[in-house]
Design a protein around this ligand. Structure first.
Ligand SMILES: [Zn+2]
Length: 893
């Protein structure tokens, strides 16, 4: 044991405070399934509750800042609600504020807000949540998190990963781009610095001493000893050993406290300030490779969030009566999204069973949301005085664009593009009667068939039948006539049904959150058509629509937009890393040229032109250890390029049937202008990033970054479906010449060691099959060159205009709405949510610019509220929104 004079606590005459916060960190599902970890959670709380009731010295416990663990426990031990409630009510157990501890980059901003709202709501049952933005294990922190926390009235955050070396104190002011700030308590050694708690007072004091020495001046205020770690059980000797340690020496004053009690005593003066996101690997791993590890999870997350946030909620809020708001079903969908947002769930750094569960929850949430959106659209269509298809704009901006319609009749209206035509009459089958007659009898059950006739090979009419309205087709007499054909030679079955055409049509200016009845006479588009020019000898085809020109290079399979060539070049490299971090083999084989390319025009306009590029590659089959890639697998990469009339962006869809392992496939885009920075969407705004990242002794500084829906650099904008990983590459003199977008990253280990990019493991060394993505993978994105509004482009590409066919209209009210209209007009900001809260229409917006904005909600008044729904100020028609601000408006109706 050290002597008192050896210790760094010094300050003669005064004692240094040590605050011990007993806790556990509960990854709900990770290297084991949810059910497996829950059995341990039940054990933990079965032990903890009586321990705390019987031992007042075990004074406090932090239940990991998330309410899901409380629900998970009480589902198994309903009788424990009362004793648990007593311990929470007396302040001895801290719960919440989150529902789960989310990843901050792989889910939408709205999911982060709903997660906190849900946590606070569940905690209300127990008298309230801990008012601390507890973010102990998240893989970096989003720039707007301080504003989100402040919006809930929190003054404190607690963070570990992502903090840069420039922060040299264990407390700092963390600012969001809008200027709102929280005091961040920085855990330099993580949330488990005090997980090992010796059952010996001398050893305990020595361990505290070691911690204080290691971090020295970085530690300000009372020493914070986080007594817990991943799934750690409480150590029942805690109260006793703390008492003994206090009796043993005079330099330290040890107390068992709650996190809020600790934060009430911390230093607030003389702290450094950090503005924006925290993504450094200076003192802890950031684990940035999770962004690209399972693109199937990333795509499912984006699809489900869009279905709930961008369709089900706004359409139900705006087009259903307030008393029909589907609160219970939306709550179920949100629960799935929020459970999945937990860092080890959405991050894909889990066993395959966990990723299967995550994908299932996303499928459930999407399914619920799709059904609710359809119901709301059907209800609207029944209210609109219009006979044909109804076009609905689910977004706030007025929109034009293409829709797909199925129209009665044989003729496509002028200006539309025919995709498919069903003639009124067609030969269905020809052959011997024993084949054809049973088929004719089955037509009874195909309700769209209005008649049929059977004729001989020579064209002689043998039997015919027709259906009146919803009546029968194959009458008893017809059956007799069909039976008599037994002896006939080959016959031909001809069917009749109503003719219809499926077309693409261009729709002009549908109002934000509005609708427009579609009519054939208005179908001629006001935009220039898209056309295809076949290439001259040796050249590829060109698409043009007056806004953009796209040319395909038939040698490389790449494309040019507006004369900027080489876009979409595929580069395949090895990855012997794991779900957390990319790691190239020591001697990598990069493949960046196809062996052959085929180009074919699939559609030639006038509204949509499509080209298919098939590029054949030979990629190594797998990595051997950490050294190199071996073997060879042939791959056909099918890329479909699509240009639409009236759009500047080229839509791209790349499909691979992935049979290589341990590799990373990226699409490279030469930048129109070399760039020193990129700008990508992040929760409630965008973030600008440079060419470098900050690493540390345990993680290489890889500037591979996440983007929610889009990234821009050097005059290029990419909108992508699902959070994507990008990197600015080919840098020269401080400027990058290319942007690389990761299409797939395939690895076979949950955590690997040793890796050149991360020497220590980040989790158990478990072999996995799921992250190898041995299946068909399709990535969809859009490319635009030049100035574009990326938020508008993201909506155009990812949240299309909706179509309600007349047969789908369904409602019990009157047709009281005109053929075109709008339910809500919001201008001047990006709309994040339109929903109902307690029956009231609620609109959340954010300002993604560094200039103040005037947000207009025409004809409406109400009150601005904080993220907890507490009134802030009234508004009438419009309100001012600070740069980068988030605002929530509750509308009076
Ligand atoms: Zn964790």
């Amino acid at each position: 044991m050290t002597t008192p004079t050896d210790r760094v606590f010094a300050a003669p005459g005064s004692k240094r405070s040590v605050h011990i916060v007993p806790h556990t960190h509960w990854d709900r599902e990770w290297y084991r399934s949810f059910q497996s970890f829950r059995l341990r959670l039940v054990d933990l709380l079965d032990r903890l509750i009586p321990q705390m009731e019987d031992d007042p010295a075990y004074a406090r416990f932090l239940l990991d800042g998330q309410l899901a663990v409380v629900d998970d426990y009480l589902a198994v031990r309903p009788n424990a609600e009362e004793p648990l409630g007593r311990l929470v009510g007396s302040g001895r157990i801290s719960i919440g504020p989150w529902y789960t501890l989310p990843d901050e980059f792989l889910v939408s901003g709205e999911t982060l807000v709903r997660n906190l709202q849900r946590g606070l709501r569940v905690a209300d049952r127990f008298g309230g949540a801990m008012a601390v933005g507890y973010l102990p294990d998240m893989f970096g922190h989003a720039a707007q998190m301080p504003q989100i926390l402040a919006g809930f009235g929190f003054e404190h955050a607690v963070v570990w990963r992502g903090v840069p070396a420039a922060i040299d104190r264990s407390g700092f002011w963390w600012q969001a781009p809008d200027g709102s700030a929280v005091r961040a308590e920085y855990l330099p050694q993580g949330y488990g610095n005090g997980s090992a708690l010796p059952d010996d007072a001398g050893a305990f004091v020595a361990a505290l001493d070691g911690f204080a020495r290691q971090w020295g001046d970085l530690l300000v205020g009372p020493l914070l000893w986080m007594n817990g770690t991943d799934h750690q059980m409480p150590q029942p000797w805690l109260g006793r050993v703390v008492g003994e340690a206090n009796a043993l020496q005079n330099d330290l004053d040890l107390r068992i406290v709650s996190l809020p009690e600790h934060l009430a005593t911390v230093a607030t003066e003389g702290l450094p300030t950090w503005r924006g996101e925290l993504r450094a690997g200076a003192r802890a791993n950031l684990l940035m490779g999770v962004t690209s590890n399972r693109v199937d999870v990333r795509q499912a997350a984006a699809r489900a969030e869009r279905a709930v946030e961008r369709l089900a909620e706004p359409l139900s809020a705006l087009f259903l009566p307030a008393d029909r708001w589907p609160a219970a079903l939306l709550d179920e969908a949100w629960r799935d999204l929020i459970l999945n947002s937990a860092h080890d769930s959405v991050c894909g750094c889990s066993i395959d069973e966990v990723s299967d569960a995550v994908l299932h929850r996303y499928a459930e949430a999407s399914d619920i949301a799709d059904g609710l959106a359809d119901r709301a659209l059907a209800h609207l269509a029944a209210r609109v005085r219009h006979d044909g298809p109804l076009i609905v704009n689910p977004t706030s901006r007025p929109r034009s664009g293409l829709v797909r319609l199925t129209l009665a009749g044989a003729d496509a209206p002028p200006g539309t593009q025919v995709l498919w035509a069903q003639p009124a009459e067609a030969v269905l089958l020809e052959g011997p009667p024993e084949l054809v007659v049973p088929a004719a009898e089955e037509l009874e059950w195909m309700r769209t068939i209005t008649g049929f006739s059977l004729e001989s090979a020579g064209g002689e009419a043998l039997v015919s039948a027709s259906r009146q309205g919803t009546g029968s087709l194959v009458s008893p007499d017809t059956r007799v006539a069909l039976a008599a054909l037994d002896e006939a030679g080959p016959v031909r079955l001809r069917v009749r049904r109503p003719a219809e055409v499926t077309v693409l049509a261009h729709v002009d200016e549908v109002a934000g959150f509005g609708w427009k009845g579609w009519t054939a006479d208005g179908a001629a588009p006001s935009v220039e058509p898209v056309s295809v020019v076949e290439g001259a000898a040796g050249g590829g085809p060109t698409l043009a629509n007056g806004l953009a020109t796209v040319a395909v290079d038939p040698t490389t399979g790449t494309f040019a937009v507006d004369g900027h060539p080489g876009l979409g070049r595929l580069v395949d490299g090895g990855d012997c890393g794991d779900t957390y971090n990319w790691c190239p083999p020591a001697r990598d084989t990069l493949v960046d040229e196809p062996e052959s390319v085929d180009v074919a025009v699939l559609e030639g306009g006038p509204l949509r032109a499509r080209i298919r590029v098939v590029a054949r590659y030979r990629w190594p089959a797998r990595a051997e250890g950490l050294e190199e890639r071996t073997g060879e697998v042939e791959h056909e990469v099918v890329t479909q390029l699509e240009l639409r009339a009236g759009e500047r962006a080229l839509r791209v869809e790349t499909t691979i049937d992935n049979r290589s392992r341990d590799h990373r496939l990226r699409a490279h885009f030469p930048l129109p202008t070399p760039a020193a920075t990129s700008r990508a969407e992040t929760a409630f705004g965008t973030v600008e990033r440079g060419l470098e990242a900050e690493g540390g002794p345990t993680e290489a500084p890889l500037p591979t970054y996440p983007a929610l829906r889009f990234v821009q650099a050097g005059g290029l904008t990419l909108v992508h479906d699902g959070v994507a990983e990008y990197e600015l590459v080919a840098a020269e003199d401080g400027r990058a010449h290319e942007l690389a977008l990761t299409l797939v990253r395939c690895t076979g280990m949950l955590s690997q060691v040793p890796m050149t990019t991360r020497p220590l493991p980040a989790g158990p060394l478990i072999r996995l099959e799921g992250p190898q993505l041995q299946k068909r993978v399709t990535r969809r994105y859009a490319v635009a060159v030049g100035e574009v509004d990326p938020f508008a482009l993201a909506d155009d590409v990812l949240v299309p205009l909706q179509v309600v066919e007349p047969s789908e209209a369904s409602g019990d009210g009157d047709a009281d709405l005109p053929a075109a209209g709008s339910a809500l007009a919001v201008e001047g900001a990006i709309v994040s949510a339109v929903a109902r809260e307690g029956g009231a229409l609620t609109v959340r917006v954010f300002n993604p610019h560094d200039e103040p904005a005037e947000v207009r909600i025409d004809g409406r008044h109400g009150s601005l509220v904080d993220l907890r729904g507490r009134p802030v100020a009234p508004f009438e028609g419009s309100f001012a929104l600070r740069p980068w601000g988030i605002a929530t408006a509750v509308l009076s109706e």
